[in-house]
Design a protein around this ligand. Sequence first.
Ligand code: PAF
Length: 285
Amino acid sequence: MLLNTINEVRAEVKKWRAEGLKVGLVPTMGALHEGHLSLIKRAKTECDKVVVSVFVNPIQFGPSEDFDKYPRTLDEDMKLCDGEGVDIVFAPTPKEMYGDCRLSNDCLTYVCPPFFFVDKLCGKSRVGHFDGVCTVVMKLFNIVQPDCAFFGQKDAQQVIIIKKMVRDLNIPVEVIQCPIVRENSGLALSSRNKYLSDEGKKDALVLSQILNNIKACYKKGVTDIEALKETAYSYLTEKHDLEYLEIYNKNTLEEEMDANDNSIALIACKVEGVRLIDNIYFSEV
Ligand code: PAF
């Protein structure tokens, strides 16, 4: 069922709650791919009812970012959601979400994560991005009031920040993190892969290759973080515009003295002007 208004969603979810059903939310910006479908499938196994939100959130894009050209494919998204047995697709307009409010932070009440968590990785180049993410996710939590919400590990910084928001603000939602889904080639699925040419897709494989190699070196006993990061340089060519490559603690995003089983390597790199991100855990435990 496609719903566009907050009131309709609230009315439907209210009926489910009265029946004691468990509600799951999968927040998305649409252009759904197998990565999103894995979140939806997981939500279907853990919840009685599943809401997928499809909303390209203007306040998480910077002025020079791809908000206008971000792929919008609601008809295809609807078909995919129907195929997975999604109960509600909530696709509001920006006006429905933000009213007539000027979308600036002197006008809208924002949820802003602590500087420590945003002054690094994606937050460093995408100033204000996580304020926009937390604000819209908080709004979606308030609108849908789910028991569980499902996010992908590909946006590792996003999930950590959302888990922190949930804990800090006592939001009664369980945040469930789901693994990265990759093409057979190793490329992490992303709606932005649509912007890449065939050649660009090949060049983009470097991200997962760098991460796999770092993990392999760690498994062979290298724990020096600078030495692990240096292994990346042999993969990079003039086609790669590396934004960051970092190795942090996977739960806190803190720097550590040496790599260990709690480490995560995270990379952001532009290929054909398309900003791609990926990450890998050093150990699954
Ligand atoms: O990960 C995304 O697609 C977005 O950041 C989210 C969580 C749907 C908020 O707009």
